[in-house]
Design a protein around this ligand. Structure first.
Ligand code: UTP
Length: 288
């Protein structure tokens, strides 16, 4: 029996430079896709996967996460008075119980690995999930749910994967495949941002992870990797041999950290909603 994954870390302290000026005062993860901030999609996915504790690693603007997921007595009262049950339900849906919401700062944006390392004290000696809210995975069951189910069988570290065009490998951590079981892949290694000619495969790591606490030990060394940043994939790679690493393939992921992916996510999510599909389709027809 593996130890259950009950805690999730949400690193939300990046500078979001590809989205400036929108991210000058607003963290990227608070940008809205249709009618919810990116971070809420990730929190809902985590909840569906059985996560009980939500840990936000924040930079400037960190207070916004607390307010978004905390109570809003005045607003709730006003909506109740107006009898606007639908809006009230959407506000109450956001709530994370105070005892289960944890916010910790990343003093400087030194990289994703460093941000995850900042959560070490709150995670403790237990397996944990990491969700990058700028990746939206549309899957049924949800992305993290599928990974938790696989984890029940394999244990160890698990990453989400997307098959990307070879010319894009230099943007990702890329898996060196030991055994390809279709939906699941067993790794013999992980390479951060390889040039296309050096990439061991085209299976790229995307923003969902289930990790063992041993990863923190490697992160604590503060070793800089690609781009001079402390990379999470380097710490995961360092545990291979000691901890098995598997990847779960996902078909469709929207990279909302760049403009095109963000626009596509808005369209795709609107088209997936019964209340918006027809009118959005009609609207798009005006742009042949
Ligand atoms: P990204 O590299 O996509 O985010 O990091 P970024 O650095 O904010 O974006 P650009 O490249 O400047 O546009 C992936 C995730 O890790 C978080 C980000 O907030 C994002 O969710 N992150 C990254 C941190 O929390 N701290 C960091 O030091 C770096």
């Amino acid at each position: 029996m593996v130890e259950p994954v009950l805690k999730a870390v949400f690193p939300v302290a990046g500078l979001g430079t590809r989205f400036l000026p929108a991210t000058k005062a607003l963290p990227k993860e608070m940008l809205t896709v249709v009618d919810k901030p990116l971070i809420q999609y990730a929190v809902e996915e985590a909840r569906e996967a059985g996560i009980e504790d939500f840990i936000f690693v924040t930079g400037a603007g960190g207070e916004l996460f607390k307010s978004h997921f905390g109570p809003a007595a005045g607003l709730e009262e006003a909506l109740r008075e107006r009898g606007n049950d639908e809006a009230l339900a959407s506000v109450l849906d956001c709530l994370i119980d105070e005892d289960h919401m944890h916010v910790t700062p990343q003093s400087r944006p030194l990289g994703l690995g460093h941000a995850v390392g900042c959560a070490r004290g709150l995670v403790g000696d237990a397996p944990f999930a990491v969700l990058l809210a700028d990746d939206i995975i549309l899957a049924r069951p949800g992305g993290l749910r599928q990974m938790v189910d696989a984890y029940g069988e394999t244990g160890g570290n698990i990453v989400a994967l997307e098959d990307v065009p070879r010319e894009m490998t230099a943007r990702y951590g890329v898996m060196d495949v030991e055994e390809d079981l279709g939906h699941m892949v067993r790794a013999r290694g992980l390479v951060e941002k390889p040039e296309p000619k050096d990439a061991p495969s085209t299976l790229a790591v995307i923003g969902r992870y289930i990790l063992q606490p041993e990863v923190f030990g490697h992160l604590a060394r503060g070793e800089k990797g690609a781009g001079g940043e402390i990379q999470l994939t380097d710490a995961i790679a360092a545990t291979i041999g000691q901890i098995p690493l598997h990847g779960i393939r996902f078909e469709k992921r929207y990279d909302c950290g760049n403009r095109l992916g963000f626009i596509e996510a808005n369209i795709a999510i609107a088209l997936a909603r019964d209340d918006l599909r027809d009118s959005v389709r009609q609207m798009l027809e005006a742009y042949p």
